[in-house]
Design a protein around this ligand. Sequence first.
Ligand SMILES: [Zn+2]
Length: 327
Amino acid sequence: MLRWKGALETMKDPSTQIYFHPLSLEHDTGYGHPERADRVRAVRQRLQSSGLEGLDWLTPRIATSASIATNHDVDYIASVAKMAGKGGGQLDLDTSLSKQSYRAALASAGSGIQAVNAVLKGEAKNAFSITRPPGHHALASMAMGFCLFNNIAIAARYAIAGHGLKRVFIFDWDVHHGNGTQDSFYDDPSVFFCSIHQSPLYPGTGSSAETGHGPGEGYTLNLPVPAGTGGDVYQRLMVEKVVPALHAFEPEIILISAGFDAHERDPLAGVLLTDGDFAMMTRLVLEAADRLCDGKVVALLEGGYDLQGLAGGSEQMVRALGAWGRQ
Ligand SMILES: [Zn+2]
């Protein structure tokens, strides 16, 4: 890490960092699978061709298995490595592995850790990691819903253990409930988990009655919405629920589980957000972050299965991240 220091210290104006690892293309889920490599190709291509200025592209280092073990059982990690090592296989009905999937998952988690490190050290204004495989359904000892390791939970654990943070806020706007992330921190008051998601929908969790447990009671906020919900309702939920929760919790960093499957074009869900609604949510988070934690925001890609909707939503989010703080 030290060898990076000199170069980074010469950066005068921290920019928005974008993390992309070529291994994300090597996780082969099989023909016709919605969670496919073309997704991250589409995001990368759109961000590179959209004329956005001030983005700092980086290739992350892959995470160690010890980093993954901050949120996952070692036996589970070993079983993923072993299955991939044998050429691949099926972890659950819709989560499959190819030969490079384990390393791709390490790279995916690594980009979240590195983005958090850069933002907390002031080397980046904010960051977006184009993480694939995604992570928010992954449980401590089980893959689920296209997710192997829970990238955002690992990033939150790193912020706490690696930087001594006491309060991390995770906002999950993927259209599916981030059950794995919620489960990781359900009894933990140091990580606030807030999710807007379609209900009923996979994975079936995330009712408004799920609010945390024990010392974590009150540190989980679920905002389920029915199919057909549009940006006006999301904006109201942001202003009336999410932003007040941010202010009450006073996080030291805000992590976004940025799925784009709440887009109106998405084939797997029925929420009706447009590209611009993702800019609206990003700006509201940034506005709160500016007041609460010096603008420290890291977004990690989760779902999003229509390539145009995924690319359009990502571009609007990154435009908002990049423009923030200017004028
Ligand atoms: Zn999703």
